[in-house]
Ligand binder design. Sequence first.
Ligand SMILES: *Cc1c(COP(=O)(O)O)cnc(C)c1O
Length: 422
Amino acid sequence: MTTSKDLFAAAKRLIPGGVNSPVRACLSVGSDPLFIASAKGARLTTVDGDELVDFVMSWGPMLLGHQHPDVARAAHAAVDRGASYGAPCPDEVRMAELVAEAVPGVDMLRMVNSGTEATMSALRLARGATGRDKVVKFKGCYHGHADAFLAAAGSGVATLSIPGTPGVPADTVKDTLLADYNDLDAVAALFAAHGADIACVIVEPMAGNMGLVPAAPGFLEGLRTLCDEHGALLIFDEVITGFRLAYGGAQARFGVTPDLTTLGKIIGGGFPVGCYGGKREIMERIAPVGDVYQAGTLSGNPVAMAAGVATLTALRQADYAALEARTAALADELGDILRAKGAPVTVNTLASMFTIFFTEGPVTDFPSAAKSDGALYTSFYRQMRDAGIYLAPSGFECAMVSFAHTDEDFAKTLDAARAVKL
Ligand SMILES: *Cc1c(COP(=O)(O)O)cnc(C)c1O
């Protein structure tokens, strides 16, 4: 039998770090990756034959659980009709209808192949539509790996402590202005200094890439007002929050409507999909109607669209409130268990996500998230994994709960936590 250990050794010879996305290498938790043979519901089976309760869920896409029957059936049927045409297909239209109907700020949209592509394209559009170059982003927010966003980014960049990255021209990030999350005064100061040059503010309407950090009351409303006062566009990066905070995303839940929205993860049901959309007059600047160029050979791919349509159709009827209540109960109990062991613990939870920070908190932005004790997280992560619980291999991520997680999965998780020694 081929083991994770053997596969990782072989992978490291051919793939940088042995992985196709850095955080999977498990470096920040001093572990080696597990290679997955299959997944069903909320369980992963490794090539080593171990079964684990999954709280990564492909970093968010699998809100319905692995191998949801409707999604699997739709994808199989699509494959049987041909994998890609490079020409329009019916499910692209259905997908556009479903997204536009659900997300308040989206009148028109364009499908792409990843969240990175979505944010990169939305930024180009915002710059094209306003004729301005500068973008305001928040420290610890992650918007994919396009050059302009790789200044003080979260996610894998946070754990690797790369201040930006080599390969990004200084001239590119000079137009990226940074503020702390939840700090409206800082954004107001940036507008006071650069208002006429700011094309857009991009924000995760609930930060998920420095661990879970909710927007403070009034923060999103304040950004909306500042953007309106200065003729800048507001972009909600809902790659995590879209169809998770509510069916219509954070904007439906919080009642603040951005000019542009980026989506990914869940909308592909596990296939590579991203999307950007927004107000009609802005989206009509995109080629071929308008002059802002953006294209993609595999965009609107028939298999991915079929899976996306099946996913959104199932989610439209899902009981989000029940999942949120179950998630909060689990997260609170995990927090209590760890606190009783003497660890400093702050639990942030919203919808079907939570993060346990090993710090007294509160955690409201990147500097406060960064106080979380990395050694404690590593110890917690490793013991949980050994006990069959698969958490994110970084303390700066959200645990993702799905509609497929059962009470038995939760009980196993709590038992594992009770046995942890910190
Ligand atoms: C994951 C993520 C992205 C990037 O999406 P990819 O599909 O990994 O390129 C962008 N923005 C946010 C908020 C994300 O969480």
